[in-house]
Design a protein around this ligand. Structure first.
Ligand code: SF4
Length: 279
């Protein structure tokens, strides 16, 4: 059996950067608080917890006067979090990915210019919630056509659309085209990150060449979910797994070529474990 790994798989530049910065902070001798998961990968998060970092779901969980460090995740946060953290006298270490920062900047500029901001993305995702905050809290989030169909805009309404950085480009373009029918002067900003586009392209290319695809990544990871969908769309049998323990021997029955890809927050050691088990 042949095992092929997609050219762009595993940690992206944004996650790599967040991981490196966060690991340095755990050695700074101060309490380190992570607001939610630093990245959407439970193995990576466990590593930080072992190194002494504490996960909090809200700033209210951080004791006043802790003199601690607040780690902002790669997905970014709304502006209100920075203001509140200053009030708690926390040192902010911001690992927001530069691609997400760029999307936040566009959202803010559009909202400040009186534009209605529409975000194509997953409604519950942290990055999207952050982008809504940067749109002065007034953005509309659309996931699919069902969300777009009920929308209507007045002729004078300025409307701008941008994407959660990990959306598929094809989906974003399709959603933007639908919105344009309702708002002809729509301003379109493709804020999908380069790493995501490359990962998706190489995953789909590989899926077409193999008879089984394994997509490795956390169930919470939006970009991993997207990779799985894209691989499935090629018609090749695809399974998404989080750890090597989820693999089933029966999946390999009659398969000659197995392809592997992994989400942007999947560390290399997890990919290696899967390859070793397959081999
Ligand atoms: S997937 Fe893209 S936007 Fe998200 S952290 Fe990685 S490089 Fe940044």
């Amino acid at each position: 059996m042949e095992i092929l790994i997609a050219q762009h798989a595993g940690f992206c530049e944004g996650v790599e950067r967040a991981y490196r910065i966060a690991l340095q902070q755990t050695q700074a001798g101060k309490p380190v608080f992570m607001l939610g998961n630093l990245v959407h990968n439970s193995q990576v998060v466990e590593k930080f917890i072992k190194a002494g970092a504490k996960i909090v779901n809200s700033l209210d969980e951080i004791p006043k006067g802790s003199n601690g460090i607040l780690l902002i995740s790669a997905h970014g946060v709304p502006p209100v979090i920075y203001e509140r953290a200053k009030g708690l006298e926390l040192e902010i270490v911001d690992t927001t990915c530069p691609w997400v920062k760029k999307a936040q900047k566009i959202a803010k500029e559009l909202a400040d210019a009186g534009c209605l901001v529409i975000i194509v993305g997953d409604k519950g995702h942290k990055e999207v919630q952050g982008l809504v905050g940067w749109s002065n809290g007034k953005a509309i989030v659309v996931e699919n056509l069902d969300d777009i169909n009920p929308l209507s805009f007045s002729p004078n309404q300025k409307v701008g659309v941008l994407a959660q950085t990990t959306q598929s480009r094809e989906h974003f373009k399709a959603m933007a085209a639908e919105l344009k029918k309702k708002a002809p002067s729509l301003k379109e900003f493709d804020t999908i990150c380069g790493a995501t586009a490359k990962r998706q392209e190489t995953a789909a290319e590989l899926a077409k060449k193999v008879d089984l695809m394994l997509v490795i990544g956390d169930k919470m990871s939006a970009n991993t979910k997207r990779l799985t969908e894209l691989c499935q769309q090629t018609g090749t049998k695809t399974h998404q797994i989080q750890t090597v323990g989820e693999m089933m021997v029966g999946w390999l029955d009659g398969k000659q070529r197995v392809g592997i890809t992994a989400g942007a927050s999947t560390p290399e050691w997890v990919i290696k474990e899967v390859v070793a088990k397959l081999a």
